[in-house]
Design a protein around this ligand. Structure first.
Ligand SMILES: C[S@@+](CC[C@H](N)C(=O)[O-])C[C@H]1O[C@@H](n2cnc3c(N)ncnc32)[C@H](O)[C@@H]1O
Length: 349
């Protein structure tokens, strides 16, 4: 046998049938290439990966009554779906300001809207927290309409690198602006059991706050760093094994959702910035100016409701939505993420 034959031949590595990364897994992430896949996913009632389906578009446009020449603000640009509809109403006359704290998605949305022909003549996009709305109006003047669609976008939830969902393995981050503040993993390292329990109750009405916070803090005290989404999910799962078997799976799922929500609200100071935004809104609106806010959990909605009601009593608003507005049954069927939406509106006196 000559030397050449004896030489060890490396086996060709089995690549497997599974996609290796988030990007390879979902064709929807390249909508220009796979338009049919995107349409099919939406018809099935799901949100294509890398996209966000805007909620209550019809209700928002009916209320805002945007006409060409007006000046408005989309305080939460996200995928830009609402912004696009508002820009169509402006018909190249007037101006739309749009904000988002998320530098990652903001860049993609800016490119998408630019490709559709919306440049800085009609649209100004800024990476900014909506709590600084006064900095926008210092340049724009009073606004005729404002939209705030609170919380997270589907792109953020679906991207495992952001750590927003317990369903995918990823770093336990949960920051809307990954360059600011501390991640949820870092936050857990410094928090006491009582503070964590309070956070779970206040931010998510978590019924098992005591058990979950005890389990998390006990792990940390034993020297375990909770750095990934699935690590946290496993701790919650282990802590709730006392729930009767027939309800356990469902209850654990809800507790995971609520715990992630509570942490997200905390690391992004969501209540504080919403409060500041609501306080600054009246001075940002022109007389007769209209604001619509979509919220996704009771804590947010309570803040909006209280602010609108107080400012109506004080005569700052001439009218507010008498009750919450919900997306239609059909919209909820087509987009399960719409189900928890509550819309409220106000008109400046
Ligand atoms: C539900 S999405 C908005 C979706 C958007 N309306 C659309 O049609 O595509 C919420 C967006 O608001 C952003 N956001 C959340 N809190 C914010 C804040 N305080 N200031 C600015 N943007 C914020 C999030 O980063 C996210 O992109």
């Amino acid at each position: 046998m000559d030397k050449q034959e004896q030489k060890h031949k490396r086996r060709v590595r089995y690549k497997g049938t599974h996609p290796r990364s988030y990007k390879e897994k979902y064709k929807e992430l390249q909508p220009e290439k796979y338009g049919d896949t995107v349409a099919h996913v939406i018809r099935k009632g799901s949100t294509p990966a890398g996209m966000h389906i805007s909620i209550c578009v019809k209700e928002i446009l009916e209320f805002l009554q945007i006409v060409p020449g007006q000046i408005g603000l989309d305080a939460t640009l996200g995928y830009g779906g609402h912004a696009l509809e508002m820009l169509k109403c402006l018909d190249s006359k007037g101006h739309l300001y749009a904000l988002d704290v998320d530098s990652i998605e903001l860049t993609r949305t800016r490119e998408r809207l630019e490709k559709l022909g919306y440049d800085d003549k009609i649209l100004t996009i800024q990476q900014m927290n909506f709590s600084n709305i006064d900095q926008i109006t210092a340049g724009s003047g009073p606004l005729n309409f404002v939209l705030a669609d609170l919380g997270v976008s589907s792109m953020q939830i679906d991207n495992p690198d952001r750590g927003f969902s317990y369903k995918n393995e990823g770093p336990l981050d949960l920051r809307l602006n990954p360059n600011k503040g501390i991640s949820a993993a870092e936050r857990l390292k410094e928090i006491s059991k009582d503070e964590l329990q309070g956070m779970l109750i206040e931010n998510a009405d978590e019924p098992y706050a005591e058990e979950i916070s005890r389990a998390i803090i006990s792990k940390i005290k034993k020297g375990t760093d909770i750095t990934t989404t699935t690590q946290l999910q496993c701790i919650i799962n282990d802590a709730l094994q006392f729930i009767p078997i027939d309800k356990r799976k469902d209850e654990i799922k809800k507790s995971c959702q609520r715990t992630f929500q509570a942490l997200r609200i905390d690391v992004n100071n969501e209540y504080e910035v919403l409060y500041e935004f609501l306080e600054k809104l009246p001075d940002s609106l022109a007389p007769g100016g209209r604001v619509a806010i979509l919220s996704f959990h009771s804590g947010e909605d309570r803040l909006v409701k209280k602010s609108f009601k107080r400012l109506l009593r004080e005569g700052v608003y001439q009218e507010i939505a008498p009750d919450i507005i919900r997306p239609s049954t059909e919209e909820c069927r087509l987009n399960s993420r719409a189900r928890s939406t509550k819309m409220r509106w106000a008109i400046k006196a």
